[in-house]
Design a protein around this ligand. Structure first.
Ligand SMILES: [Zn+2]
Ligand SMILES: [Zn+2]
Length: 339
């Protein structure tokens, strides 16, 4: 089969490799579409380690074309999505039903071959059937929906509360829509990219604030009854955004550290945690939310198709990665259509 292998940092090649054989408890998926996320880019650049050569791609959908013994939750021919990573099943945390804290986690493109290929082998227990009414270009986004759903749950956001999403990227624009669906309001989105802020308003954001403008923090606080938002979702990945969240969040409020920052937060005023009685919570992965994320897509509760800004064919993947890394301001979500 045709597969895209990462040979070393920044070196992707189109290769012919054998079609994997599904073992017991596994399925073979003919890949339809693969979304490229920040983690793929981090592995591509060599920032996150990977066992070269490796096939990248952990957010995808496709059809089950073969299965090993003992698979009961899905059937041959099912149109499916897969969770992006999974627990070992035997460590301290897995035994307590907490696979997100697994000591030896598995992930496509990190510990085994991923989906940027014609076929991918998957553990059946992390595979979920999806209605064929969901286009592959949308279904590939289920991991992002699951991880943002989990962030909403971690935040405790409820009807009538106000929320701010810092960073109108792919996940920020999903968080904003989920905050609205949760009954929160007003929901404010902050960022620097006017086109994306406009998109946020199109999807239902009550107010957007450009942080390049003076007095943006005051504008945000004013927009949320003068107290600041009850919940702040940090979705930009910029280290200084967490400090900004602490500065603007309402007293007693919650900040969800959702964006992945590669460096420590400078000028972080920890005294404010005490003075404002603030909670900061992290949110990693989308464990236990995939079923809900599939239903949200099936019920057309989210604008996800409009977030896909670039579509590539499988053979174009090396070019796609080069394009994404040099056009980060214009690419919201890039998808590789495989079949
Ligand atoms: Zn990802
Ligand atoms: Zn484990």
């Amino acid at each position: 089969m045709k597969a895209i292998q990462l040979l070393s940092p920044n070196v992707l090649a189109v290769r012919d490799i054998p079609i994997p054989e599904p073992g017991a408890g596994e399925v073979l998926i003919k890949v339809r579409a693969v979304g490229i996320c920040g983690t793929d880019i981090s592995i591509y650049k060599g920032i996150s380690p990977a066992p070269y050569p490796v096939v990248l791609g952990h957010e995808f959908c496709g059809d089950i074309v073969a299965m090993g013994a003992g698979v009961e939750n899905v059937r041959l021919g099912d149109y499916v999505i897969s969770e992006a990573s999974w627990g070992c099943g035997t460590c301290h945390f897995c035994q307590r039903g907490l696979p997100s804290y697994c000591m030896k986690p598995f992930m496509y493109g990190r510990t085994c071959d991923g989906a940027l290929a014609e076929y991918v082998r998957a553990p059946a227990r992390i595979v979920h059937s999806v209605s064929r009414a969901v286009d592959p270009v949308e279904a590939q986004g289920v991991t992002a929906v699951a991880t943002t759903l989990r962030a909403i749950r971690r935040s405790g956001l409820s009807v009538g509360q106000s929320a701010a999403v810092l960073g109108p990227g792919y996940t920020g624009l999903l968080l904003m829509q989920l905050a609205k669906l949760s009954g929160a309001g007003p929901v404010v989105v902050t960022g620097t990219n006017e086109e994306r802020l406009q998109l946020a308003r199109t999807f239902g954001a009550d107010i957007t604030v450009n942080i390049r403008q003076d007095g943006w923090a005051d504008k945000l606080i004013e927009a949320t009854d003068g107290f600041g938002p009850d919940v702040v979702f940090e979705a930009s990945g910029r280290p200084d955004a967490l400090a900004q969240g602490v500065a603007v969040v309402k007293k007693g409020g919650t900040i969800v550290a959702f964006g992945i920052t590669g460096s420590p937060v400078e000028n972080f005023d920890a005294g404010q945690l005490y003075k404002k009685d603030i909670s900061i919570v992290g949110s990693k992965g989308g464990y236990f939310e995939y079923g809900n994320a599939v239903r949200a897509l099936e019920n057309q509760r989210l604008h996800t198709r409009e977030l896909v800004t670039n579509i590539f064919q499988l053979e174009e993947t090396p070019e796609a990665f080069r394009f994404i890394t040099s056009n980060s301001r214009s690419v919201i979500r890039a998808v590789v259509l495989v079949s």
